[in-house]
Design a binder for this molecule. Structure first.
Ligand code: HEC
Ligand code: CU
Length: 490
């Protein structure tokens, strides 16, 4: 890259020189002032870099000139939570996964101080993909526990870059969480936006399977086979849900700096309910527009931007979708503000569709009309249970499982569930409107997302009656009236 760059520069200089001699008023002369080579940008002052922990991003550099920037980072090995009841000894830059976000601009001269905490068991180093030089700094930054090294580099290429530890066995250091992002802004800075966040995906390999409680050891065999137990954003299941949700106001433009630490998996990064207005593909200078899902390679990054048009929850996922719902690669951006029904109306109609023989019946408009259009039968409890079983099999089984047993750490049980039996109106409300945030079911904490279920009041009454009358639950009968009352109260 660098060789190529200076070669083409030489070529142009030679070419221009020839032009000037041969033809005065050469039309290529304009080329001369087009680029100021980054290596010629002078720095005057020194300042200490303002680093931020995920999901936060330091303030933009557009306002300042290139500087000598002192970056201080510390390697810390420490036990942290992978998910409820599961912990892991992470190796980190600055104590978090991903490590601190570094924001620089083209022309900056970085004086990088890497410290390794005295309690560390191993030496580490850092390879920053933004560096032009051997090992991206790795060769100069190898540091034993209780030591500090300093090395310098000038940032030449704008873009969003991964940094990671590159100490052998490299895969293991990365698998334990040693990665983060360094942003190099162009000289004029990136265009301003309303919100910026920092998200990095990573895959983890543990001796126990997903959710198996206790302190989990790294599993080298699974890592080699690329058989991840956890695929997560920002180092743990639920880092970006519940308390960790990202926020924006309707009408704001959100920019996500998204990296993929790997070590193995490629991310199909997607935000459910949004379209990326812009993607700086692979974190480079080419901007793609109107993108649904962008591919982020291991050891790579992308900058995505979107404007939030309507309120609600937008779900960040790796669209290799079992990773999202079964391995943790799921986060939430919550948008608050006024509805805009021209852009998104919510459900307005539901009617009867008869595929054979009949014509499609005219669409009733409201829930009341739907109910009125159906035979005025009053289902017996037994009939409700029959119907409910069917609804359950269509709608709930994928998450709550065939016998209502749920999936540890992901989907709470509906079988013999204290939370369910405690409060029927709350259960109805969850089915109608969805649920996020921390809940405790049979002593286990869940902190995930259930979306609102698109089912009629009658189906909701039936499915809940089915659940309450099976699997050791308390036998409650849920009526359509109870469902309607919850529908109205919200
Ligand atoms: C896409 C997965 C998914 C589907 C489909 C789903 N749920 Fe859930 N459900 C969840 C999650 C996740 C939670 C926990 C939410 C939280 O942590 O706040 C939950 C929580 C619940 C709870 C409260 C917790 C408990 O154990 O009592 C009830 C009741 C419930 N769901 C009922 C249903 C019913 C009935 C259906 C089908 C009509 C359904 N869910 C469909 C994922 C799902
Ligand atoms: Cu390391």
């Amino acid at each position: 890259m660098k060789i190529h760059h200076s070669f083409s520069l030489m070529f142009w200089r030679f070419f221009l020189f020839t032009c000037l001699i041969v033809v005065s008023g050469c039309e290529f002369r304009a080329e001369e002032k087009e680029t100021r080579p980054a290596e010629e940008i002078k720095v005057s002052q020194t300042m200490e870099a303002d680093l931020t922990l995920p999901p936060l991003v330091p303030k933009p550099t557009a306002e300042r000139a290139a500087k000598k920037l002192v970056v201080k980072m510390e390697v810390i090995e420490k036990e942290m939570e992978m998910t409820d009841g599961v912990s892991y000894v992470y190796w980190t830059f600055d104590g978090t996964v991903p490590g601190s976000f570094i924001r620089t601009k083209v022309g900056d001269e970085i004086e990088f101080h890497l410290r390794n905490h005295p309690d560390s068991k191993l030496p580490h180093n850092i390879d920053l993909h933004a560096v032009n030089g051997p090992g991206g700094g790795a060769e100069s930054s190898f540091v034993a526990p209780g030591h500090e090294v300093v090395f310098n580099f000038k940032v030449l290429n704008p873009g969003l870059y991964i940094y990671h530890c590159a100490t052998a066995p490299v895969g293991m250091h990365i698998a334990n969480g040693m990665y983060g992002l360094i942003l190099v802004e162009p000289e004029e800075g990136l265009p301003p936006v309303d919100r910026e966040y920092y998200v990095v995906q990573g895959d983890f390999y543990t001796a126990g399977d997903f959710g198996e409680p206790g302190l989990q050891q790294f599993d080298m065999k699974k890592a080699i086979e690329e058989d991840a137990d956890y695929v997560v954003f920002n180092g743990k299941v639920g880092a970006l849900t519940g308390e960790g949700k990202l926020h924006a106001e309707v009408g704001e433009t959100v920019r996500l700096y998204v990296g993929n630490g790997g070590p193995n998996l490629v991310s199909s990064f997607h935000v459910i309910g949004e379209i990326f207005d812009k993607v700086y593909m692979e974190g480079g200078s080419v901007i793609n527009e109107n993108v649904q899902t962008t591919l982020i390679p291991a050891g790579g990054a992308a900058i995505v931007e979107f404007k939030v048009e309507v309120p609600g929850e937008y779900i960040l996922v790796d669209h290799s979708i079992f990773r999202a719902f079964n391995k943790g690669a799921l986060g939430v951006l919550e948008a608050t503000g006024p509805e805009n029904e021209r852009i998104y109306s919510g459900k307005t109609q539901e009617g009867i569709y008869l595929p054979e023989g009949g014509e499609i019946q005219s669409m009733p408009i409201s829930e009341e009309e739907i109910a009125a259009s159906q035979p005025p039968e009053n289902l017996s409890k037994q009939e409700k249970i029959e119907m409910g079983k069917n609804v359950y099999g269509r709608t709930c089984v994928a998450c709550h499982q065939a016998a209502g047993q749920g999936i540890p750490n992901a989907f709470p049980p509906l079988a013999n569930a204290d939370y369910l039996n405690e409060d029927v109106d709350r259960a109805i409300d969850i089915v109608l409107h969805g649920k996020t945030g921390e809940i405790v079911v049979n002593g286990e904490t869940y902190n995930s997302v259930m979306t609102a279920q698109n089912i009629s009041d009658r189906e909701a009454a039936a499915v809940l009656t089915y659940i309450y009358n099976n699997w050791g639950n308390n036998g409650t009968e849920v009526t359509e009236e109870m469902v309607k009352a919850q529908r109205r109260s919200n």
